[in-house]
Each structure stands twice: as C-alpha cells, then as structure tokens.
Design a protein around this ligand. Structure first.
Ligand code: SF4
Length: 468
C-alpha cells in the first residue's frame, strides 16, 4: 500500500514536472503574414490596391514632415505627439523624416484604446519616427559617441569605397534612401541635414566615383566580396546600378556581391517593378554563369514589417536567380530587444518570407542613440535567449561592430569592466589604415555600454568624467 502510494505520488510529481517543463520560454506559433489595411488612416481612405502597389505612388506620397503626417493621420494623433516630434527634430534628430506609406502602414496595425499611446509604444514608430520623449533624458548621448562612429570615411580608398576588412569592401554608391531610419549608422553622410547635423556630401559625380571603385577593385585582387550599398541601392537609377554590377561581374576576382537595400521591406514595390525584376534577372543570370554569389541584404527590425508584399519582393528576387535574401537587423531597446521580439521576427522572415535572419547588429555609438542601445551583457543574454529555436543556419548572430575592429560576435570580447561599461576587443587583421601600425593586432579596442545600464558607481564615474 505504502509502496503503491509512493509510486502514485511520484507519478503525480513527474507529471506535474512535465507540465511545468512543457512551458517553453518562447512558444512558437505559425502566423500568416498580413498587409495591414491602409484605409484605416483617414488620409488614405480612398487609396486603391493598384495605387498601393505602385512604387511611384509610394515615393510621391512619402511622409517627410509633421504637416504631411497630419494629412495622413487626420485627428488620430493628439497635438502632444506633434509637439514631441518637433521638439526632437529641433534638438536631437540625426536623420530627417522620410517614411514611405508602406512603412508607415506597418505602425499600429490594429489599435485598441488611445491611438496616440499605441503609436508612441509602436516598435516601428520608435525607430522610424523618433520623438524627444523617447530619448534618454540624462544621457541622450554617450561621451564617446561620434559621427561616422565606425570610421568608414577614414578607410575610404576612393570616395565611398571603404576597405576595412582584408577581403571585402563596402561600396557606397550614393547617400540617399527611400526611407530614413532614426538610428542610421551613416548619419554623418546619409540623408538631408537636420537642425543638429550638417551632413557631409559625396563630391565626385556618381559615374566618376564608380569608375574609381571599379579601377581599385581591378588593381586589388585580394578583395573578393563587394557590399554594394549607400544609402540604399533602391535609389540608384536601375540602369546605372545594373551597369555597375555588370562591371563588377567582369572582374574575375570578385566572388560575392551583396546588394544592401532596406527598401525590400520599406518599399517592396520598388523591387517588384517589371524593369527592376527584369534587370535583376539579367544580373543574376550573369552572376550564376560566372559562379558569383549574388545576394540581397535587407534591414528589418520587427515582425510587423514583414508583410505579404515584402515576402513577394523577396520571393521574386529568389525566383529570378538571386542566391539568397538575408536580413541584417539592428538591435534596439523599445523596438526588438527581447527574445520574443527577435524570435517572432526571425520566424516571420525565415518561415514566411524566405529571408534568412543573418545578423543583428548592436546599435552603433552615434550621437543621441543611447535610448536605443543595449549593453554588451544584455546582447549576450539575448543571443542566449534565441538559441535553439530556429534552424542553426538561420539562427542570427548578434554582432558588436567595434570601432577600428569590425564585427565581433558579442561573446568574443577580451575583457569587460562592467562597472564603467567598457568592453575590450581584439582583432586578427589590419584595416586599410593600419598596414604600418605594429600594434594593430595586439591592441585592445574599447566599446562602451549605455551609461543608464551601469550600476550607480559606474554612472557616477561618467558624471565625474564629463565634469572634468
Ligand atoms: S536604410 Fe540604411 S542607410 Fe538608409 S537610413 Fe536606414 S539604416 Fe541608414
């Protein structure tokens, strides 16, 4: 009797334990993609499906200022929102406003209660349309933040061509995009000047810049991988982009070409235009014949942005022969810095849109970005939190892009002062400006956590440092 009772009790305990362990920290549920109905916004009540799918209509109806936002929103947003927005534009914004309707339509796909509160809390709004109250009131800016925080322009071998890694280059063909992200790491160069930031300008004519880039790549056979970027390549007139890509494909030492375009998600209509699709097919066919890996790299930060049109644009690129469409998101507090948000996004990308979730970068140390940035230890926790749910090849790496070093996985640091929030990193190659630097490979390069994440002693240290 006693033995049987014990067995029964043990069985109950085990089954309770099973119930307990059955609850995973993240529960995967397949979700179909949805294009939010743009007609919920008063200004787009009469916009037809054909207009919505038209890239030109999208570009013409981009929202560039508060007045245009009001015209779309009608009386949905309280006056306080516009005050907050204008305050940010006056004092803090490093990027000007540019929102394609497609992108704006992914904000607050359905609202219950106050629309203004839902809009303020919306993850897409938080990085595409920042307001002053989003920013860190005490430390909007880290003392070591800087324009061009990755020092890309210092490493230009010709204007716009950054040679940072031994075998790869970044070719910035232009300095505009169809959409401007509040956290843009190239805030130094990309977009229109803001009240706070006088943007640098590319000075060469595009054709001259492209000639010099091609010439450098012909003379430098050790470079095998070219990221063709900007800005966003969706703003390069297609015939120019195609001509440049064909010239790249003529260089037999170039083996990887990656086209960087957030527009695949922000303005998928661009990548669905017949002239672009046909041109992409010609480029992909040539790349295939020459054994070159042609890929598209996009930049999606939240599952809300992954809509059927985005999936259609990605699928179309794959159908015409692009080898891969990959996502490089940016990790930002208030946008996606939880395991659930990252996993929801990755499953939407990988499972529903054929976009490989590849990287999440920690938000770079540009001015006024402290409210978005997370500490290295938080990024490590997030990396831990997302392991094991996705296929291994589709499990993104969280990356810290350390100034003068380059991309490092967040667990690769050499040392970490948690009190002051300073991590130290090393590297195994020289960047383009260090060929005669004997210490480049033994030096430890610092990276700084946001001060608000530090213990009080660390915060005090920085207050004293600033007061000196
Ligand atoms: S799309 Fe890329 S380059 Fe353009 S503003 Fe956004 S982050 Fe910057």
């Amino acid at each position: 009797m006693t033995a049987l009772h014990d067995v029964a009790t043990a069985a109950t305990t085990v089954s309770e334990a099973v119930d307990e362990t059955a609850r995973q920290p993240y529960e995967y549920v397949r979700r179909e993609l949805v294009e939010p109905d743009w007609r919920r916004f008063p200004g787009w009540r009469d916009v037809t499906e054909a207009q919505w799918r038209d890239a030109q209509w999208q570009r013409v109806h981009c929202v560039k200022n508060a007045k245009q936002l009001r015209a779309v929103m009608g009386d949905l947003l309280d006056e306080s929102f516009y005050d907050d927005l204008l305050d940010d534009q006056r004092r803090l914004a490093t990027m000007s406003m540019l929102l394609p309707p497609q992108m704006l339509n992914t904000m607050v796909p359905s609202a219950e209660g106050s629309f203004t509160s839902a809009f303020l809390a919306d993850p897409i709004r938080r990085y595409m349309l920042p307001v002053a109250s989003d920013r860190d009131p005490d430390w909007p800016n880290h003392p070591h933040s800087s324009r061009d925080s990755l020092h890309e322009a210092e490493m230009w071998v010709v204007e716009g061509l950054t040679h940072r890694y031994p075998t790869k280059v970044l070719a910035e063909l232009l300095s505009t995009c169809p959409q401007y992200c509040g956290h843009c790491t190239r805030m130094d160069l990309v977009g229109n000047s803001t009240e706070q930031v006088d943007k640098h300008k590319l000075t060469l004519k595009p054709v001259d810049r492209q000639d010099r880039m091609i010439d450098y790549l012909r003379r430098t056979p050790g470079v095998r991988d070219v990221v063709v970027s900007g800005g966003d390549v969706a703003n390069v007139p297609w015939h120019q982009l195609e001509a440049f890509l064909m010239r790249l494909l003529d260089i037999d030492t170039v083996r990887d070409i990656r086209l960087a375009t957030k527009a695949l998600a922000g303005l998928p209509q661009h990548w669905l235009q017949p002239k672009v699709v046909e041109g992409l097919e010609r480029v992909a066919r040539t790349a295939g014949r020459r054994g070159v890996n042609l890929a598209i790299h996009t930049h999606v930060n939240h599952a809300q942005s992954v809509t059927p049109l985005v999936a259609e644009a990605a699928r179309t690129a794959l159908e015409v022969g692009v080898r891969d469409v990959r996502n490089q998101g940016v990790l930002m507090r208030g946008v996606n810095a939880t395991p659930d948000d990252l996993l929801d996004l990755c499953f939407a990308l990988q499972g529903e849109a054929n976009i490989l979730p590849y990287y999440f970068y920690m938000c770079d140390m540009i001015p006024n970005a402290e409210h978005w940035r997370v500490a290295v230890w938080e990024a490590q926790q997030l990396q831990h939190g997302i392991m094991g749910y996705l296929p291994g090849y589709a499990t993104p790496r969280i990356i810290c892009d350390v100034p003068y070093v380059g991309k490092r996985w967040v667990h690769q640091l050499a040392d970490y002062d948690r009190e002051r929030g300073v991590s130290y990193w090393t590297k195994n190659y020289r960047t383009g400006i260090e060929h005669d630097d004997p210490d480049a490979l033994s030096r430890r390069y610092p990276y700084y956590d946001p001060i608000a994440t530090l213990p009080e002693a660390g915060q005090k240290w920085w207050r004293d440092y600033e007061a000196e």
